[in-house]
Design a protein around this ligand. Sequence first.
Ligand code: GLP
Length: 236
Amino acid sequence: MKYIVTENYEQLSALAADIIAAQVIMKPNCVLGLATGSSPVGTYRELVKKYEAGRLDFSAVRSVNLDEYVGLKGDHPQSYRFFMQDNLFNHVNIKPENTFVPCGIAANLGAECAAYDARVEAFGGIDLQLLGIGVDGHVGFNEPDEVFAKGTHVVDLLESTIQANARFFASENDVPRQALSMGIATIMKAKKILLVANGEQKREVIEQAVNGPITPKLPASVLQLHPDVTIIFSKK
Ligand code: GLP
């Protein structure tokens, strides 16, 4: 595991974008696993800059996002589909039909989860998975639990996550109580993993994830078992 601490968020974002750009340049039709949340926003901004400067081509890239809220349509401003369009997809030449986010309004959520995993398999897995981390150690929406979840599944969000994400909604009551999330096994099968975290409030959980016991009670700790993980942390 590579653990890099940067001076500030700008450096974190520039470094993360360089790693993703290298992946796209080395394998133009790579499969990128993408994440939402505030931490990767700067990374996406840097990727857009590289694209605008003519240094990156997303035309053959395929992307699969980690998660989505249950019950939010893709045009809801707090849906993760909307986030991805707004922060990345609308600003680069990735083909819309090559971008995948779990569908939180599917009539049959179980079937949606199974189809999502089948698609990732059919793509030959994820080349590079970008992750953020929740203050409770969740990755995607894999909440602390007794066991590591394997495939894409429906998650009951923990109160702490609902509270942490309430800042994006008009009120805490508006935060969906469930989400669809890729499982830990799908994430761990990615060839490379890049986790970005910023802010003093993440220091403790990062320390635990990197040096603490490997336990589903802190889902990100499982990354210690992956052969190619880079974690970039900035305290501000
Ligand atoms: C949400 C997302 C996670 C993300 C986490 C942290 O819960 N499902 O994928 O990592 O938020 O977000 P932030 O980077 O805003 O702290």
